[in-house]
Design a protein around this ligand. Structure first.
Ligand code: UT7
Length: 346
């Protein structure tokens, strides 16, 4: 059977590191609380020249280089994002221009933290129909632009980053074995963000009132300054989201394992969405997979929404952790709600 297979991975993390100690000066929080309750020690904040499409394009270039695929060979670009710097063109079209993928058609997926996994499922189905194609699936976010830096309930959690994968065809048994995707719009008000441009208001950019990004410097001290667009911040009922995330991801994992005819202990690696280290440890226990087999980088980057899964894929891949034939499980949960799980034979 022909399946979509990951031929190359790439990621890009903005240079600027915002630590828990720095956040202590912005809001009433502590390194101890953030570390114990979330597992996050640091997160990246995008600066000038690191708009969502730019970091997405850099992740894509790295994935294409690993896959040995030229930009002209890319047939489709799918970007999972809720924080593109523009509503139109789509982030995917901005990436297309940036990397010169002149033969592709390009579009975004709005599925919050599950965006990359939704994209992989689409890519797998496209590859089954057109096995000679190469598809770029990307998850990229600039969440620092949409966080209320005076709200300790949310501002300590999120970060910026991008990850990408080149998908091609394989008929040797490798690739995407099973996917289960879900959403439930009835619970949307537990985690939401009103529509607004996703340019970082603290740094300006070429698109933002035509200020020149080149002349502005990212200044973390400005993160605490008040904003007047109250409705466009990320709003989250953390504890409720936590409970729903645990139950929904467990359920989707049970269903995807069943579809693939596998059991938890057969999984070699879990590369999950990174929202809270307590959720990840809970998943491992539930599945009977030891902690060492759950890839965790939340301490470095926080929750980068659609970007966490492809960044995890890329880091695990480049560290040589994933061996050919390994069974890799990924899962995510995010605003919408959206969630799902997927099993890949590496
Ligand atoms: O990616 C999308 C999916 N997202 C998730 O899955 C995230 C799910 N939620 C979570 O990860 C957790 O619920 C949080 C990390 C957001 C919060 O952890 P929690 O253990 O659920 O804390 P809580 O919301 O129940 O709050 C406990 C206390 C509260 O104080 P009181 O009311 O007990 O006095 C909060 O005000 O912790 C307080 N608190 C903080 N304290 C210090 C909340 N945020 C902070 C903070 N620093 N940053």
């Amino acid at each position: 059977m022909i399946r979509g297979v990951i031929e190359g991975t790439g990621s890009y993390l903005p240079e600027y590191r915002l630590t828990n100690d720095q956040l202590e000066k912005l809001v009433d929080t502590s390194d101890e609380w953030i570390t114990a309750r979330t597992g996050i020690g640091c997160r990246r904040v995008a600066g000038p020249g690191e708009e969502t499409s730019k970091i997405a394009a850099e992740a894509a270039r790295r994935a294409m280089a690993m896959a040995g695929v030229e930009a002209e060979e890319i047939a489709t670009i799918i970007v999972g994002t809720i924080t593109s710097e523009m509503t139109m063109p789509s982030c995917a079209c901005l990436v297309q221009k940036e990397i010169g993928a002149i033969n592709a058609y390009a579009f975004d997926i709005s599925a919050a933290c599950t965006g990359f996994i939704y994209g992989l499922e689409l890519a797998d189905k496209m590859i089954k129909a057109y096995p000679d194609r190469k598809i770029l699936v990307i998850g990229a976010e600039n969440l620092s632009a949409r966080v209320d830096w005076q709200d300790r309930n949310t501002c300590v959690l999120f970060g910026d980053g991008a990850g990408a994968a080149v998908i091609g065809a394989d008929d040797s048994g490798r690739g995407i074995l099973a996917t289960k995707l879900f959403s439930d719009g009835r619970l949307g008000d537990l985690l939401y963000m009103n529509a607004a441009p996703s340019l970082n208001p603290y740094i300006g950019s070429p698109y933002n009132k035509r200020k020149s990004a080149k002349t502005e410097v990212f200044d973390p001290a400005r993160l605490g300054s008040p904003r007047d667009d109250e409705g466009s911040y990320i709003k989250m009922a953390g504890r409720e989201v936590f409970k729903n995330a645990v139950l929904a991801m467990e359920d989707s994992i049970d269903k995807v394992l069943e579809e693939a005819g596998l059991s938890g202990p057969e999984i070699d690696w879990i590369l999950p969405h990174q929202a809270n280290i307590r959720i990840l440890h809970n998943l491992g226990e539930r599945l009977g997979v030891p902690k060492e087999k759950i890839f965790i980088n939340i301490h470095k980057y926080g929750n980068t929404s659609a970007a966490t899964v492809p960044i995890a894929f890329d880091e695990a891949n480049r560290q040589g952790l994933l061996k050919r034939g390994d069974l890799v499980l990924t899962c995510a949960f995010g605003g919408g709600f959206t969630w799902g799980a997927e099993i890949i034979r590496w």
